[in-house]
Design a protein around this ligand. Structure first.
Ligand code: LLP
Length: 416
């Protein structure tokens, strides 16, 4: 059952009415359901029962400490892309031994800290990174566990900005050249080869591209085995899509079953790096209508959230559902462009939406749990929104709304 339900015309998250949260915390405000996040993680874990596995939640999707905390308590590992994300995992009580470190531009200091904490694996993306990691590890008198991120050159059939597994993308090591890089890794005293990884893109809605990528990886895994290089794990990355509108992505269980079948009897631990499919539909962005405005062409609902709060519609023309939190609150029925106060034409949350609105209407922007708050900015000197986590009948402010003092802290006027 969805954690978001309407009761007597009011939208609830678990047992809490969204109007209550908006009343107490104001808007814009992100609201997440603990149960929805846990259910998604559980779907991964249970579909992987009976095979060695590690689900490493992709921290970038939603890095709030409370979110990391609840997932860590349920056994998740973490996929990180920066030293900052590593410190968040530690602060949230996550286990560094379950952390994989992805990213094309890791710096020596980040590597050193990750080695000190004893992370599970570095997902190396280039020969130059491999050499640097080797020297950092040797300088610290430790051996770094490595996986090479293979770029399998498959079309993820998703938005070009979130496609990562094509030859022309900056990510990973060309699968044609991967064997040579593995051989080089095997020569380096500061490294231990433990796995192979890949991530071909995000918001994928069919299993085909995943299976193409895995087939390419398994070919390499078998070639490596012939050369005496055996891998402990296969990391297939993240990327499983969710339903925002009418997409029909495979269910988590179906997707895992297809991949398990492809891997077959090989003795490989399966690692996943899901982000969106754990948190996207576990969150909403609450926003209030400030003004209604009519022009010759459009009806505009000016709301208090903007592209700085939720940039996905502006950046990818992403469609997310927008609904009124209270039915029957009355107002003008029409087709509205829901837009924010930022001075950019791209500042919209949704266009052409059939809604009944009045000034003061509270709206819920659905599917905002992933790549929402984490991509927010202070553009137009707008403090970032609060974040709330609902847990049954209770709710917790898990991030306070930013203040203008927060924004000006660290800035200086010129000396006299
Ligand atoms: N692993 C790696 C190496 C990644 O780069 C990503 C996402 C993930 C895992 C998690 O992918 P997911 O399961 O969430 O699809 N801001 C964009 C999405 C960017 C995804 C970047 N990488 C959006 O809002 O659609």
């Amino acid at each position: 059952m969805s954690a978001f339900q309407r009761r007597d015309g009011e939208l609830f998250v678990e047992a809490v009415a969204l109007t209550a949260i908006a009343g107490a915390e104001g808007t814009p405000c992100y609201v997440y359901s603990r149960a929805a996040m846990e259910a998604a993680l559980d779907a991964y874990q249970s579909a992987l029962a009976g095979c060695r596995h590690l689900v490493c939640y992709a921290v970038k999707a939603n890095s709030n400490l409370a979110v990391l905390d609840l997932l860590a308590r349920r056994g998740a590992g973490f996929d990180i892309v920066s030293g900052g994300e590593l410190e968040r995992v530690v602060a949230a009580g996550g286990d560094p031994a379950k952390v994989v470190f992805s990213g094309v531009g890791k710096q020596a200091g980040e590597m050193a800290r990750a080695l000190e904490l004893g992370i599970r694996c570095f997902n190396v993306e280039s020969p130059a990174e491999l050499e640097l990691l080797d020297s950092v590890a040797r300088a610290h008198g430790v051996i770094a566990p490595v996986s090479l991120r293979v770029n399998p050159d498959v079309d993820a059939e998703t938005h070009p900005y979130i496609s990562t597994g094509l030859k022309e993308n900056k990510f990973g090591i060309d699968s044609d050249g991967a064997l040579a890089v593995y051989r080089r890794a095997a020569e380096l005293a500061g490294l231990r080869i433990v796995g192979m990884d890949c991530h071909i893109g995000s918001q994928l809605t069919s299993t085909g591209p995943f299976l193409d990528a895995v087939a390419r990886m398994l070919e390499l895994v078998d070639q490596l085995a012939d050369e005496g290089i055996t891998l402990r794990h296969l990391d297939v990355g993240g990327g499983l899509g969710v339903r925002y509108r009418d997409e029909q992505p495979p269910a988590i269980g179906q997707y895992i079953a297809a991949l398990r079948a492809a891997v077959g009897e090989r003795d490989l631990e399966l690692v996943f790096e899901p982000g969106r499919s754990i948190v996207a539909n576990a969150g909403v962005l609450l926003t209030t209508v400030n003004y209604l405005k009519h022009s010759a062409w459009h009806n505009f609902a000016l709301v208090d959230a903007a592209m700085n709060d939720f940039i996905r519609p502006a950046l990818y023309e992403a469609w997310v559902d927008i609904e009124t939190v209270s039915d029957g609150a009355g107002g003008e029925t029409g087709t509205w462009d829901v837009v924010g106060p930022v001075c950019e034409t791209a500042d919209f949350l949704g266009r052409g939406r059939e809604l009944t609105l009045r000034p003061g209407s509270l709206l819920a922007v659905r599917g905002a749990g992933a790549y929402g708050f984490v991509m927010s900015s202070n553009y137009n000197t707008r403090p970032r929104a609060a974040e709330v986590l609902v847990d049954g009948e209770q709710w917790h402010v898990v991030r306070e709304r930013e203040t203008l003092d927060d924004l000006l802290r660290g800035e200086r006027r010129l000396p006299n």
